[in-house]
Design a protein. Structure first.
Length: 225
């Protein structure tokens, strides 16, 4: 079976990271092409991807000539190839896990709006805003509940897709020093995720890249400082 992942610049493509991690954790063998999504080559590269994948975005997985686009579809496919072990076995738990995936995929209530994935690699970080701190607390309270219920070390016990989908969020937030004071299980979970070999490998590669700067990072409204 010929399997090729078109993935993205390591310090810029959080969506590609999710798909890549799921394939790696599922033990799927694949060829990879890192598509440079930084300007100015971004537009030509994405136009090329658009030639075989309707959203013209990465990640895209091509399996024996069939195109699977969108990170979530690729993650679900990886789970199927792994015999389903990257989602909980019980239907209700699997539905709860998919709720987390859906929440992440639809924007996590805007928690990462101004904290781009790229910003995790900036040498100087700004402080989290009031709204970002509040959203962190909301997310961390939810994660803490999952971890208390499952007994850890991951959200649903064993590693599953929701953990992997949240890795780029963990990267963004932990690099901005959020307050884990009330969330010890969540802190342990972030450490467990960041020390997984595939996550560590991606992060090492990402740190070698030149920064991708966005001015909007510093554009914090005065009433949200
Ligand atoms: N929902 C898509 C989002 C993919 C996405 O936005 N990818 C970015 C890179 S991380 C991209 O290729 N963007 C193209 C663009 O900005 O035009 C997924 O989960 O795969």
């Amino acid at each position: 079976m010929a399997t090729k992942l078109y993935s993205g610049t390591r310090n810029a493509s959080s969506w590609a990271m999710r798909a890549w991690l799921a394939l790696k954790e599922a033990g799927v063998a694949f060829e990879e092409e890192v598509v440079d999504i930084r300007p100015p080559q971004r537009f030509a590269n994405l136009a090329r991807i658009g030639g075989f994948s309707p959203p013209a975005a990465v990640p895209v997985l091509v399996v024996d000539g069939e195109t699977i686009f969108d990170s979530l579809a690729i993650m679900e496919y990886a789970n199927e190839l792994a015999g389903g072990r990257l989602l909980p076995a019980a239907p209700l738990d699997r539905a709860r896990a998919r709720s987390v995936l859906a929440w992440q995929h639809s924007g996590l209530s805007g928690i990462c709006g101004l904290i781009s994935f790229e910003s995790a690699f900036y040498p100087d970080k700004r402080a989290l805003t009031r709204r970002e701190r509040a959203e962190c607390d909301r997310l961390f309270a939810f994660l803490e509940g999952c971890l208390a219920r499952s007994g850890g070390p991951y959200l649903f016990g064993e590693l599953s897709l929701p953990d992997l989908a949240l890795v780029p969020t963990v990267v963004r937030l932990t690099s901005h020093a959020p307050d884990f004071g009330r969330w010890p299980l969540t802190l342990a979970w972030t450490k467990a995720l960041l020390s997984r070999p595939h996550v560590a490998w991606w992060m090492d590669e990402a740190r070698k890249q030149p920064h991708v700067w966005y001015d909007v990072y510093l554009a914090v409204p005065a009433d949200d400082a």
